[in-house]
Design a protein around this ligand. Structure first.
Ligand code: ATP
Ligand code: MG
Length: 273
């Protein structure tokens, strides 16, 4: 149905925590959710309850053209997961090289997942530009950028708005209308955090799709290997994530109706089916 690609020019802002929490919240909203881990840190599996000793995955082995269906896992938390898989520096560089040489290694499995109209795919990416982000972003219904309500994130806003952090000007301008921002770790007790959040909200308008409180329940949830909505359903952060999931579902474009062949575009006739 749709791909939500979670990214940020900045590391450690809570991308992986939010992907885990959102995949749980979107599943509670009645969607079949597939989470994809594109980060060699291979951490999303831990948030969703797979054991530390379980090192299998997809992107770590992408040079070997693995079958994504075989790599797809049911998780104790509920959402299905395509784990990244364990790798070392050499393996990560080999996988990045294979993906750069043949983006279809990831693009084709993604198309196959999205062909199921009931599926919502949510992808976690490494900080900054990455090969996976370059492949995923053009297929994303929403590019969800995670920022913090602080000075460093405020300073990165021009990079986000111009799409420069995607690593390419054209891709950035293509993604502009699908760019949404979520502020994470907003601290209501901090004047600085509130001032940054209010300033960013005024500047971003409807592109700001949600704000999530700083709340230790998020870190505790990982320590218990459960998404925060399962671990602490009445916490401030779990409520914010549920609101964020609802806002994302309202914001996603409706699935495009299939184009009947008699009115196929006169352009690119070789692309008609
Ligand atoms: N809303 C929150 N409240 C409190 N702590 C949070 C919140 N969100 C994330 N954290 C904490 O911030 C830290 C970084 O989170 P996480 O690993 O999800 O970030 P990331 O953006 O995926 O990092 P990386 O760039 O390394 O992939 C973790 O310790 C996590 O528990
Ligand atoms: Mg991460």
């Amino acid at each position: 149905m749709a791909l939500i690609c979670v990214a940020s020019p900045k590391g450690g802002v809570g991308k992986t925590s939010l992907v885990a929490a959102l995949s749980d919240a979107l599943r509670r909203a009645g969607r079949r959710v597939i989470a994809i881990d594109c980060d060699p840190q291979n951490a999303l599996r831990l948030h969703l309850g797979l054991p530390l000793s379980d090192t299998a995955g997809f992107l770590a082995r992408i040079a070997e053209r693995p079958d994504w269906r075989t790599a797809l896992r049911a998780t104790p938390a509920g959402p299905e997961l395509l784990p990244h898989g364990e790798t070392d520096l050499r393996g990560a560089l080999a996988a990045a090289g294979a993906l750069a040489a043949d983006p279809e290694l990831l693009a084709a499995p993604l198309r196959a997942m999205l062909a199921d109209p009931g599926v919502l795919v949510i992808a976690d990416t490494p900080p900054g530009a990455s090969g996976a982000l370059q492949v995923l972003a053009p297929q994303a219904a929403m590019l969800l950028v995670v920022l913090l309500a602080d000075a460093a994130s405020t300073a990165l806003l021009p990079d986000v708005e111009s799409g420069r952090f995607l690593g390419g000007g054209t891709l950035g301008s293509l993604m502009g209308p699908r760019l949404r921002i979520v502020l994470n770790q907003v601290d209501r007790n901090s004047r600085l955090s509130l001032a940054a959040a209010e300033g960013l909200a005024g500047h971003l308008g409807p592109r700001l799709v949600g704000a999530v409180a700083r709340d230790e329940a998020m870190a505790e949830a990982l320590a218990c290997q459960r998404p925060v909505g399962l671990h602490a359903p009445s916490s401030a952060v779990a409520r914010d994530v549920a609101d964020l999931a609802a806002a994302i579902l309202r914001d996603l474009p409706p699935p495009a109706p299939p184009v009947p062949s008699p009115v196929a575009s006169p352009l690119f006739p070789w692309m008609r089916t």
